[in-house]
Design a protein around this ligand. Structure first.
Ligand code: FA5
Length: 315
């Protein structure tokens, strides 16, 4: 409690008790003590309040409200998800529906229905994680083609993004878990020119108006003819012989494409005489490598905040 000073009001009153008759002194002393005891908590509260206000004022004097604030950590959409969103948006804009498939598929939808019979060597190209004799983690998104055609009559116009799994050795271009984006258009009179137009438009939407697309003859059992699809290297624009991004070729490979094989149309219950279609399957990580000019695909799954923040601020 407060220590009364000698010149205070309480000591002065105490001194006056000396002049009282002896019989009244104890009563007066008690009354003074009771008054002091009643005042002390009131004084304490007031002192604390004054001290707090002095503290706030001292803090205010040190605060510089014009000083730039620490930016809030807001996070950003992962670059792979952004690629998937942008590709889906492009196709939705052109009237395609976005559909999702299963990450676990039977071998029938993964291979047989896609014109890859049990002993076909193409199965070896999809080095898969098997769950039992017939179920596997899908190594590509192409099973969605057959599932969609079996469910819906033509015309069909879909894009189907999703995770895929392969027992590939991990390196700068390969992961054991990655994303593909499948596309499928089936109708009367659909031809290869429609495929070229849509994929060229996609690359221009993703990389800019000067982007070119190249189709190299290739082989997939479920398309005929088949092609590997390349786009202009976004780093050197196809100009630099010593470019580290494209190895000097001027092109970046995005994935496979082609005209849906008649056997696949028939297996799905479609009339292969009347209908034709195209399909493609692109790697989302490969699109992201090209778009963000990243040198190693593993960076996308490292959860490195600096890396993700840097990409998050790019368009
Ligand atoms: C396929 O998977 C075919 N289903 C694509 C297709 C669909 C062709 C429709 C015709 C019609 P491929 O195995 O080439 O094809 O894989 C396609 C793309 O997936 C590759 O170009 C690559 O971009 C990506 N990809 C494949 N394996 C990996 C991997 N281990 N890591 C990262 N991306 C991969």
């Amino acid at each position: 409690g407060p220590v009364p000073g000698r010149s205070g009001e309480v000591p002065r009153v105490r001194r006056t008790t000396g002049s009282l008759p002896p019989a009244e002194r104890p009563g007066a002393g008690k009354a003074i003590n009771a008054s002091v005891a009643a005042m002390e908590p009131v004084l304490d509260r007031r002192r604390t309040a004054l001290e707090e206000r002095a503290g706030e004022e001292a803090l205010k004097a040190r605060l510089d409200v014009t000083f730039p604030a620490t930016p809030a950590a807001t996070g950003s959409i992962h670059p792979i998800r952004r690629i998937v969103q942008d590709v889906c948006e492009y196709f939705e804009h052109h009237g395609f529906a976005v559909v999702l498939g299963n990450e676990i598929e039977p071998d029938y939808y993964t291979f047989d229905a896609l014109n890859i019979p049990p002993d076909h060597p193409a199965r070896e190209g999809f080095d898969s994680f098997w769950i039992d004799d017939h179920l596997l983690l899908r190594p590509h998104t192409s099973p969605i083609q057959v599932r969609t055609m079996k469910l819906h009559p033509a015309p069909i116009a879909i894009v189907a993004p999703g995770r895929c799994f392969r027992r590939d050795a991990v390196d700068a271009r390969h992961l054991f878990q990655f994303h593909q984006i499948e596309g499928l258009l089936v109708d009367e009179g659909v031809h290869f020119g429609h495929l070229k137009g849509m994929l060229t438009g996609l690359c221009r939407a993703l990389f800019g108006p000067a982007q070119r697309v190249r189709f190299r003859p290739s082989f997939f059992p479920f398309t005929e003819p088949s092609a590997e699809v390349d786009t202009t290297c976004p780093r050197c624009k196809g100009e630099a012989a010593a470019c580290g991004m494209c190895g000097g070729s001027g092109w970046i490979e995005l994935g496979g494409a082609g005209m849906v094989h008649p056997n696949v149309l028939r297996e799905a219950g479609y009339d292969s005489e009347k209908l034709s279609g195209w399909a493609f399957g692109f790697g989302a990580e490969r699109l992201a490598l090209a778009r963000y000019e990243v040198d190693d695909i593993r960076r996308f799954i490292d959860s490195d905040r600096d890396f993700l923040e840097q990409l998050g601020t790019l368009s």
